[in-house]
Design a protein around this ligand. Structure first.
Ligand SMILES: NC(=O)c1ccc[n+]([C@@H]2O[C@H](COP(=O)([O-])OP(=O)(O)OC[C@H]3O[C@@H](n4cnc5c(N)ncnc54)[C@H](OP(=O)(O)O)[C@@H]3O)[C@@H](O)[C@H]2O)c1
Length: 261
C-alpha cells in the first residue's frame, strides 16, 4: 500500500532481504486510495501482489508476508491458504497478520503457523493486550506498530489546528480538541518520569513495550536518522516494577480518546 510498489522499489535498492505486506486489492488498478474492498477472486489478487513485491524488492524470498487487514468478504482461511502456497514454494519464510481479531489469529494458525501479529500497541493504545493469551498459547510474536502513539509520545506534539486539513491527525481522537489537553497532561507526567531516569519520553514509551513481554518488537517510524538512533538506544533503558506501576497510574486506560484504547 505504501506508494503502490514505489516504497518496495526504494527498499529493494537498500536491502538484500526484507519484510513486506500484502494489501487488500484496490477497487481499480490505478486507484491510489487505500482499499477496503475485496477482489471478486481473491486468490489471483494475492498471488499478484506477492509476485509484485518479490519483483519490486528484488529478492528471491520475503521474510515475513502479512495480510495487512481483515477482508470482511474473504475468510482468513482462504487468504492464508494462498499465502501458504508461497511458503511451500520457498518464496516466503514466515506468515503474519495485521489489524485482525484473536479469533482470526486462531483460525489462520490452523491453516498455517502464524509467526507474528502486527497491531497498534503503545502506552496510549492498549487494546492489543486482548491478544496476549492467544499469542502466548500459540507462540506468536507481536510487532507493535505506532509505538509512539503516532507521534503523541514524541515530546513534540502540536494541536490539530497546527496541522494541515488533510493531515491524518485530524481524524485521530487523541488530537480531538476535547481530548488534546488531557493527553498533553499525561505526556507531561510521563516526561517527568522519563527525565528522572535520564531518558526521553519516546525512549520511555519504547522501553515500556520491551518490558511488557519478551515477544514484543516495537517499530517506531521516523524520517530522521538521529531519532532512529535514539529509538534504537531505548533497548538499553531499563524500567523497574515501580516505573511500570507509575506509568499505569498516569495512563490507566491509555490515551484519552472517548473510548478505551
Ligand atoms: N500494520 C498497520 O496497519 C500499520 C498502521 C500504522 C503504522 N504501521 C507501521 O508502524 C510504524 C510506525 O508507526 P507510525 O509512524 O504510525 O507511528 P509512531 O512510530 O508511533 O510515531 C511516529 C512519529 O513519531 C516521531 N518520532 C519518532 N521517533 C521519535 C523520537 N525519538 N523523538 C521524537 N519524535 C519521534 C516521528 O517523527 P519524525 O519522522 O519527524 O521523526 C513520527 O511523527 C511504521 O513502520 C508503519 O508502517 C503499521
Amino acid at each position: 500500500m505504501y506508494g503502490w510498489g514505489d516504497g518496495e522499489k526504494l527498499l529493494g535498492t537498500a536491502l538484500a532481504r526484507s519484510a513486506t505486506r500484502s494489501p487488500s486489492p484496490p477497487s481499480s488498478a490505478s486507484s491510489p486510495t487505500p482499499p477496503r474492498c475485496s477482489a471478486p477472486t481473491p486468490a489471483p489478487w494475492i498471488r499478484k501482489v506477492v509476485d509484485d513485491s518479490l519483483r519490486n524488492l528484488g529478492v528471491d524470498y520475503i521474510d515475513v508476508l502479512y495480510q495487512h487487514m481483515d477482508d470482511p468478504n474473504v475468510s482468513v482461511e482462504d487468504v492464508v491458504g494462498v499465502m501458504k502456497e508461497y511458503v511451500d514454494a520457498g518464496k516466503v519464510k514466515y506468515l503474519g497478520l495485521s489489524n485482525t481479531t484473536p479469533d482470526n489469529v486462531r483460525r489462520a494458525h490452523a491453516v498455517h503457523p502464524i509467526a507474528v501479529l502486527q497491531t497498534e500497541y503503545s502506552i496510549f493504545a492498549r487494546r492489543s493486550e486482548a491478544f496476549f493469551p492467544v499469542l502466548e498459547e500459540l507462540g506468536i510474536g507481536l510487532v507493535a506498530y505506532s509505538p509512539l502513539a503516532r507521534g503523541f509520545l514524541s515530546g513534540a506534539v502540536k494541536p490539530r489546528d497546527q496541522h494541515a486539513a488533510d493531515d491524518f491527525r485530524q481524524y485521530i481522537p487523541w488530537w480531538a480538541p476535547e481530548h488534546f489537553d488531557a493527553n498533553v497532561a499525561i505526556t507531561a507526567e510521563l516526561t517527568k518520569l522519563a527525565e528522572g531516569k535520564g531518558t526521553t519520553l519516546a525512549q520511555l514509551a519504547l522501553a515500556w513495550l520491551l518490558e511488557k513481554k519478551d515477544y514484543i518488537v516495537p517499530i517506531p517510524g521516523s524520517r530522521n536518522p538521529e531519532r532512529v538512533a535514539q529509538n534504537l538506544a531505548a533497548a538499553e533503558v531499563k524500567l523497574t516494577a515501580d516505573d511500570l506501576a507509575r506509568i499505569d497510574e498516569i495512563a490507566p486506560n491509555g490515551g484519552v480518546s472517548g473510548y478505551l484504547t
